[in-house]
Design a protein around this ligand. Structure first.
Ligand code: NAP
Length: 292
C-alpha cells in the first residue's frame, strides 16, 4: 500500500513499531526521503500512540487518507501495559485512538480505511450481549480467550466503528470504509504459531499475493468509483454486505460508548479526544497515514 501511494506522489507517514522495517521501506520505495516519514509507534501502548499523535499534530498539514492496517493474530493471551487484551488493543482500540487524536488534521474530503476481515462473521453474540456489551466481551479475559475469537472481535469492532463514524460524518465529505484484503494471504500475520504458518503456506497457491491483497484497501482509499459512498464494507474491490451483527447500528453506538469508556480511564489525551474530535481545521492537502 505504501509503495502504491508513493508511486502516486503521496507523502506517506508510516506509524509502525519496527525502525528496521520502516527504514527498509524508506530505502526500497522511494528515491526522495521527503515522501516517506516514519513515526515509531507501538500499538500495544496508548502512551506511544499519544506520542505519535502529538508529533503528527505538530505538522501543519492535512491528511487525505488514513489506512488503519496494522494487525496481530494467533497470540497467546497477554495484557498490554494499559491492562487490555493485546489483540483487541492493537487491532482496534489503539488505531481508533490514533484516528480520534488526529481527526482535526483530516482533510474535509479525507478517506479512512479500516483493514478488517471476513472472519468478523464468526462472532455470534447472544441478545443480552448485543443489548448490553461489556468490556470483557471486547477485551477477552484469559478464561474466555482464544486467539481466533480475539481477532474476530477486533475486526467486528472495526466495522462497528466504521458505521459509527459514517453516522458522525454524515453531513461532511469525509468517507470511511472497511476492506477485507483477502484470506490466507501469506504475510507475517501467521508468524505466531507454526500451525498457522503451515496453513498459510499450504494455502499460498490459492490465495492472493501481498500486492493483490493491497488492492481492496487501496481501492477504498483512492478510487474515484467510491466517491459519495461511506460506511461501506468492501471485498475484492466490490461492495459486500457485512454480517448482521456488524450492521447493527445500535450495537455500533454501544461499542462506541465502551470504547470511550476504555479510553477515558487510560488515555493521557482523554479530554482532547472527547472535546476536539468534532473540530475541523483547514490547511494544505497531501498526506496519507498508514499504520502497518
Ligand atoms: N493476511 C491475511 O490473510 C489477512 C486476512 C484478513 C485481514 N488481514 C488484515 O490485514 C492487515 C495487515 O496484516 P498482514 O496480513 O499484512 O500482516 P503482517 O504482515 O503481520 O502485518 C501486520 C503489521 O502490523 C504491525 N503490528 C503488529 N503489532 C503492532 C504493534 N503493537 N504496534 C505497531 N505495529 C504493529 C506489524 O509490525 P511488525 O512488523 O513490527 O510486527 C506489521 O507491520 C491486518 O489488519 C490483518 O488483520 C490479513
Amino acid at each position: 500500500m505504501t509503495r502504491c501511494l508513493i508511486a502516486h506522489n503521496c507523502t506517506v507517514l508510516m506509524a509502525c513499531r519496527n525502525p528496521y522495517e520502516a527504514n527498509g521501506a524508506i530505502k526500497n520505495f522511494c528515491d526522495s526521503q521527503q515522501l516517506l516519514h516514519f513515526y515509531k509507534t507501538n500499538l500495544a501502548s496508548l502512551n506511544s500512540v499519544k506520542n505519535t499523535s502529538d508529533e503528527l499534530l505538530k505538522l501543519d498539514r492535512k491528511i487525505d487518507i488514513v489506512l488503519l492496517n496494522a494487525g496481530v493474530f494467533g497470540l497467546p493471551w497477554t495484557l498490554t501495559e494499559d491492562g487490555l487484551e493485546t489483540t483487541f488493543q492493537v487491532n482496534y482500540l489503539s488505531q481508533y485512538y490514533l484516528l480520534l487524536n488526529i481527526e482535526k488534521m483530516l482533510a474535509p474530503d479525507a478517506r479512512v480505511v479500516f483493514v478488517s476481515s471476513e472472519s468478523h462473521r464468526n462472532i455470534k453474540w447472544s441478545l443480552d450481549n448485543v443489548l448490553a456489551p461489556t468490556v470483557d466481551l471486547l477485551s477477552l479475559p484469559k478464561d474466555q480467550y482464544t486467539s481466533i475469537r480475539a481477532y474476530n472481535v477486533s475486526k467486528l469492532c472495526s466495522i462497528l466503528a466504521m458505521h459509527y463514524l459514517g453516522y458522525r460524518w454524515l453531513n461532511t465529505n469525509k468517507q470511511v470504509f472497511c476492506a477485507h484484503p483477502g484470506s490466507f494471504v501469506k504475510t507475517k500475520l501467521c508468524r505466531n504459531w507454526w500451525v498457522y504458518e503451515f496453513l498459510y503456506t499450504a494455502m499460498k497457491p490459492f490465495s492472493k499475493s501481498i500486492a493483490q491483497a493491497a488492492s481492496t484497501p487501496l481501492y477504498c482509499a483512492i478510487s474515484s468509483e467510491v466517491k459519495g459512498l461511506s460506511a461501506v464494507y468492501f471485498k475484492d474491490c466490490q461492495r459486500y454486505e457485512e454480517s448482521d451483527l456488524a450492521q447493527d447500528f445500535q450495537l455500533a453506538f454501544r461499542v462506541q460508548d465502551l470504547t470511550y469508556e476504555l479510553l477515558r480511564y487510560r488515555a493521557a489525551s482523554k479530554a482532547e479526544i472527547l472535546s476536539e474530535c468534532e473540530e475541523q481545521n483547514k490547511g494544505p492537502v497531501g498526506e496519507a497515514l498508514v499504520s502497518s
